[in-house]
Design a binder for this molecule. Structure first.
Ligand code: HGY
Ligand code: MN
Ligand code: MN
Length: 417
């Protein structure tokens, strides 16, 4: 079977999708901001559904907006083979993160249809809601709810910066029904394969066009609220201060120190946001809220870092007479790829003389949660200088097309099983 990817059309569609954005144009690259359930996100969703209908595939959406685009197989009762990713984008991001997996998946299905294939198992593309944590503070909302790893009531109560709960935001976006109905049973899919940019430099550095992901690191998120005593920046004397931002600064450095101290390259920790109250130059900060993103391929090592950080919190609390409250947002397990799907991808690459490497994904993806209901694997393609979550994120058309072709071949093979 000859699989021909329409590279020009695929790149053109990626560029069209990038126009659904709230970002100011960037000096270099294509800036994209597409926050879940904002008008541009809804326009992008409607546009994707029109492409799917044009291709003759069936489309359904669930109560949180996960969008399922199905090519019904000759044996429709069998668990389908699935692919997918996300189209939401963090503020001022790039145009390839997630979208390559969604539009690449669509083009893979169209290319297989053009080749005359009649798949035994149905093949399904899933556009998953809110992979990014930007609006509701936790990533992979749609895939967590599919996998049943996020309590529906907790999810619906998650609030955005305007204190609007997910329940009302999704209803206003046209998604009703209970979040319990989003859950899919274990075994719902025969296999899940996600195509994504690497979001790291290794493939480009080694001159490889493709990566096969063997495991996905385990992310955890925590919120720390540090409360001291505010006051006048001039009149409140230094010995009388309980400066919440100084305490937060010590905590941030302690987090970095303990992450480095594991000596493992797979331990990473970032305090990505720091909200200071009242946030006036001549007012001593009384309260600071930090959000911590900490990941590791080994969840025990990740927990060890948190234990060490908690010991430092105790010391900072006492010495600075502040309170430090820790709130768990999420603490997820790592995911291992299915050996069978990895072997399937390897045999496709070997057959077509495509050089590749097997590798860990340090970014998390919806596959981390789809792994709870199906055997998974991921295909990585290079991104220039490993840059991602920035407007200068870039993946070459040839790499996008090659990754899409390997994805198509894998879907065809898995759907014939
Ligand atoms: O943060 C991540 O790993 C993903 O890109 N949301
Ligand atoms: Mn991302
Ligand atoms: Mn992504």
């Amino acid at each position: 079977m000859q699989i021909r990817i329409d590279e020009d059309r695929l790149i053109n569609e990626l560029e069209t999708l990038a126009t659904f954005t709230d970002a100011e144009p960037a000096a270099n690259g294509t800036a994209v901001t597409r926050i879940v359930f904002t008008p541009h996100d809804l326009r992008a969703r409607a546009w994707l559904k029109s492409l799917a209908a044009e291709a003759g595939f069936a489309v359904r959406q669930d109560a949180v907006g996960n969008t399922f685009i199905r090519w019904v197989g000759t044996d429709p009762e069998l668990p389908a083979v699935a692919t997918g990713s996300h189209t939401d984008a963090i503020p001022h991001a790039g145009m390839y993160d997630g979208t390559v997996g969604v539009l690449g998946g669509l083009e893979a299905m169209r290319a297989l249809k053009r080749s005359g294939l009649q798949p035994r198992r149905s093949i399904e593309l899933v556009m998953l809601t809110s992979e990014e944590p930007t609006r509701f503070g936790i990533g992979c909302l749609g895939s967590r709810l599919i996998a049943g790893t996020l309590e529906p009531a907790r999810a619906d109560a998650l609030q955005d910066k305007e204190d609007s709960p997910l329940s009302s935001v999704r209803a206003a976006a046209g998604f009703s029904g209970t979040l319990e109905s989003v859950l899919l049973p274990h075994g719902y899919y025969h296999a899940w394969v996600e195509l994504h940019i690497e979001q790291g430099p290794l493939l480009e550095r080694e001159g490889l066009p493709l990566g096969i992901v063997t495991s996905i690191a385990a992310p955890a998120g925590y919120r720390f609220t540090i409360t001291g005593l505010g006051g006048h920046a001039g009149a409140l004397l230094m010995p009388d201060r309980k400066d919440a931002l100084c305490a937060a600064a010590e905590l941030i450095l302690a987090i970095e120190r303990h992450a480095l101290a594991t000596g493992a390259i797979d331990t990473v920790a970032t305090v990505g946001t720091c909200d200071v109250h009242p946030g006036a130059v001549n007012s001593v900060p009384s309260r600071v809220v930090l959000q911590l993103d900490i990941r590791d391929t080994d969840p025990h090592r990740r927990e060890g870092v948190m234990q060490a950080v908690r010991r430092d919190c105790d010391e900072i609390r006492k010495r600075r007479a502040v309170t430090i409250a820790e709130e768990l947002v999420n603490a997820d397990a790592p995911a291992q790829s299915s050996a069978h799907i990895v072997e399937t991808l390897e045999s496709i690459c070997n057959q077509d003389n495509i050089s590749y490497k097997k590798m860990v994904s340090r970014a998390y993806h919806d596959s981390l949660f789809m792994a709870q209901i199906a055997p998974i694997a991921m295909i990585f393609i290079p991104c220039h200088n490993g840059v991602s979550h920035r407007p200068d994120e870039y993946a070459a058309p040839a790499d996008i097309a090659l990754g899409t072709r390997v994805l198509a071949a894998a879907l065809a093979k898995l759907a014939s099983e």
